[in-house]
Design a protein around this ligand. Sequence first.
Ligand code: UN1
Length: 509
Amino acid sequence: MTPAAAPAESPSAPTYGHFIGGAWREPIGGRTFESRNPARRQEVVGRFAAGGADDIDLAVQAARAAFPAWARTPMPERADILLRAARLLADRKEALAELMTREMGKVLTEARGDVQEGIDMTLYMAGQGRRPSGETVPSELRQKRCFTERVPIGVVGCITPWNFPLAIPTWKVMPALLAGNAIVFKPAEDTPLMAVRLVEILIEAGLPAGVLNLVTGFGEDAGAALVRHAQVPAISFTGSAEVGHAIAAACGGAGKRVGLELGGKNAMIVLADGDLELAVDGALWGAFGTSGQRCTATSRLVVERSAVAEFTERLVARVGQLHLGDGLDPATDVGPVINERQLHRIHGYTEAGQQEAARLLTGGAIATDGALGEGFFYRPTLFTDVRPAMRIAQEEIFGPTTAIIPVDDFEEAMTVANGTRYGLSLAVYTRDLQRAMAAVDRLEAGIVYVNAPTIGAEIQLPFGGTKWTGNGHREAGTTAMDEFSEWKTVYIDYSGRLQRAQIDTHQTG
Ligand code: UN1
């Protein structure tokens, strides 16, 4: 079972195993599953091992065995491996992007962006390997030094989604490796091939056996076994709020650390003084880029009432021009959605919107004409007259659907934008600096944009959200290592006598 062969059309698509302890292995139960091209469902891009509790246990044991030596390896040496991996990712950017489009569906330009985000993250973490990673802090006592240092946690479980099949794994795997942890990596069942490619690159870059282990398969089996495993003290998960909260409960009960990144119901506020053409450009990109399958997707357009008619007219015209198709076709603006279940789930939200008397302006249907019928295509969908309490204004749809919510003024815009359970990304369009800054102050989200849509975060800044979106962690940026390391505080007393903090320094009388 080697992963070397290029993927081909079914039935000759290759079969890939788990990567455990430095070797590719067949799944213990012998079960496999297929990853298919969402633009052409008859095309199998690969067959993969369907992992279960036994495979996970094997991977955890391999990680435990590799951990001590990796933890002792100097951080700059670990960083050098990441630097080599970044170069390999850059060398293979085009091939990886094409493969991503075939496995996941996003249009090729966006797939290139996903790979680039992975390269950026890997380079950034390689650089972090030679930067200060602790502090020297003054002691209140003489002849005493105090400093902090980061130490690895041990074996960490990384569970990643399919929508950014390369970038998001790098947000977790790279800082976890740099911090000195060993990893069991369980990628989404819809995009295992991108995970295989990433693991291959890290091995080629020189990662020692057992430091990174890959177990492919389904959340209910492999994912749940990883979360429950007694020798995995930390889990990092990106995915739905429903699954994330179940993981958090399991981790909480077992005293484990858990980092969650759980989606959003992101809004773009368009104030009447804003540049409406710029806002239309932003809405199109934010709502329909990646077929709306970003946790940062612009799924609400909160528009000041006096601008609604003009904004809507311009937006409807532009949505009508979006070309739906295979992401490998340069003429395509919007690719397929990930799978059949999601396709029907998205359509269910169209029905919910209509039942609640929102007005459908365009789209709202599964596309079946010609070649589109071979894949999972949903027409870019725009609702208006949406009220803030409607399901389409409250629940994460994760598809090419967005909703115009008219509001009377700035105050109502703030209330509506903040009025969901999520708190990932919010945007405001205005030319008025005072209102822009007031919005920055008042919007309840981990990420706020001014005059840009809700998508487009850069890796050198913290990524994550408030409220239901997460549990306080931030990925990437200056905070990337926090989720994957412990702080050790060290006091060194070289006075040769007992010195008592708080007491000897504050003698009275
Ligand atoms: C996600 O949607 O899960 O900010 C991540 C963005 C991308 C990352 C999105 N850089 O849209």
